[in-house]
Design a protein around this ligand. Sequence first.
Ligand SMILES: Cc1cc2nc3c(=O)[nH]c(=O)nc-3n(C[C@H](O)[C@H](O)[C@H](O)COP(=O)(O)O)c2cc1C
Length: 197
Amino acid sequence: MGFISKLFGNKKMEETKMEKLNIGIILGSTREGRVSPQVGAWVKEIADKRGDANYTIIDIADFKLPLLGEPGGDASGAGGWSEAIAKQDGFVFIVQEYNHSITGALKNALDYLREEWNNKAAGIVSYGSVGGARATEHLRGILGELLVADVRVHPALSLFTDFENGTDFKPAVHQQNSVNEMLDQVIPWSKALKTIR
Ligand SMILES: Cc1cc2nc3c(=O)[nH]c(=O)nc-3n(C[C@H](O)[C@H](O)[C@H](O)COP(=O)(O)O)c2cc1C
């Protein structure tokens, strides 16, 4: 390869790398014994095979966020949370149903930030006795206020048929297609919204 083509070839490779979107897979639960890490790892495995974005698991539990506005909280956790979200172009929320809604931990983590969420896209993968459908609808309302465009396709996992004993994640085969169809919508919307930020 000549000097010029090598230079431009490298530049192109660099650009392609830079152009790759960053998609954060956010684990919405933080309790001891939670199943969200199993679901998040499964989504990441499917997503990584696509090669169309840099997919990263973002675990709210790692940031030790106090309740918003609570005195004596660890400010470094909030700073890290802001940085982790700001660098993403889009999200996949791993959502579990708690009392027909999302977890307090996820609501608190959403409330912490504003601009970091704005003008980005998101998909939702949920679970619960009815696939986490009620929690998902609550989350959609919250995302609207944060200017996050949530896509239509929604993989909904049943605690009865996609888990064994409600705890060991054994997803039905068709669920994988649903994750890919959801990502087929998240990626172009994330790309489009990047142009207006
Ligand atoms: C506080 C609490 C409330 C729950 N409420 C509901 C509910 O309203 N509907 C439902 O389908 N499942 C409900 N569940 C069951 C959870 O969806 C199930 O335990 C799930 O595994 C929780 O996600 P996690 O393991 O990631 O924390 C509830 C669980 C907890 C801990």
